[in-house]
Design a binder for this molecule. Structure first.
Ligand SMILES: Nc1ncnc2c1ncn2[C@@H]1O[C@H](COP(=O)(O)OP(=O)(O)OP(=O)(O)O)[C@@H](O)[C@H]1O
Ligand SMILES: [Mg+2]
Length: 262
């Protein structure tokens, strides 16, 4: 999408100059902005402690925004509560503690749609198609799942409500390279169904390969933004955040065919 096209299009979700923090007088986000347009998959990378998770939590109403704003389409959603945001079409998958371990897979998914019980059967069908491995194990308790399966279940649970935007915090963390790839491919497939994705990733190289655009966060601010290729070519981004990994991203021409053909 060109800059001109974006300028005329309403963002799906947009954080503007967000200042937020946990403790009184201590700001973690220092005027952080991010925008996602229809159909986009956005990656957020940056050093540990940069405020990546805090940004997602602030957008999802879990950390109080002290100044700045978050809009969902044309609606101001700044500091709305998470349960309201879920009803409005925002899905959030935190990195940890994202499933109910004592419930079965199917019960976890039903919980994802407790607000609209009549739609459960239809949405379950969609989820079983997207995540066949979960269907096979649907009567097992979520506590017995592997890290990757748990991550799939958490994503499926958020998708039950048919969100227009999905916020994902490090979906590939702790997974083997093969499982990481599966997670990226599945996330891209979900994005292609029309769900806008905003994803924090510790795997910067992979993230820049698969996402439409990326943001580099540093000290609570969006330090750099651009397409994966643009970021990978930027000498400052390379020096500070990517190191030699940048060559790999460039080598892949910004797109990994295995990932984008899905
Ligand atoms: N619940 C909390 N209470 C107080 N401070 C917190 C809390 N959670 C995070 N912080 C602080 O906010 C800063 C940013 O944390 P955040 O988790 O957003 O970083 P991050 O970019 O997601 O890092 P990582 O890559 O390690 O996940 C850190 O200094 C962290 O110590
Ligand atoms: Mg984090």
């Amino acid at each position: 999408m060109t800059d001109t096209q974006q300028a005329t299009q309403t963002a799906v979700i947009e954080a503007k100059d967000v200042v937020a923090g946990y403790l009184p007088g201590v700001n973690i986000l220092n005027g952080c902005s991010l925008v996602a347009y229809p159909g986009e998959m956005i990656g957020i990378i940056g050093p540990n402690g940069a405020g990546k998770s805090t940004l997602l939590k602030a957008m999802f109403g879990l950390v109080k925004i002290r100044s700045g704003s978050v809009h969902l389409g044309t609606q101001d959603i700044t500091n709305l509560r998470a349960n309201t945001l879920v009803e409005m079409g925002v899905g959030f998958v935190p990195q940890n503690n994202n499933v109910f371990p004592s419930l079965t897979i199917e019960e976890n998914l039903q919980m994802g749609l407790f607000l609209r019980p009549k739609k459960v059967r239809e949405r379950l069908g969609v989820m079983w198609d997207l995540f066949p491995a979960l269907h096979e194990r649907r009567t097992r308790s979520a506590g017995a799942l592997s890290g990757g399966e748990r991550q799939s279940l958490a994503m499926a649970r958020a998708l039950m409500m048919e969100p227009s935007v999905l916020l994902l915090d490090e979906p590939s963390a702790g997974l083997s390279p093969v499982r990481q790839d599966e997670t990226f491919i599945r996330t891209r497939r979900i994005n292609k169904t029309g769900v806008c994705v905003v994803m924090v990733e510790q795997n910067a190289r992979r993230c820049l390969q698969i996402c439409d655009r990326g943001y580099v966060l540093d000290q609570g601010k969006d330090a750099y933004t651009g397409t994966g290729r643009e970021l990978a070519k930027d000498p400052k981004v390379i020096e500070l955040y990517l190191g030699t990994l940048a060559e790999d991203v460039e080598g892949a021409k910004g797109e990994d065919p295995k990932l984008v053909k899905e």
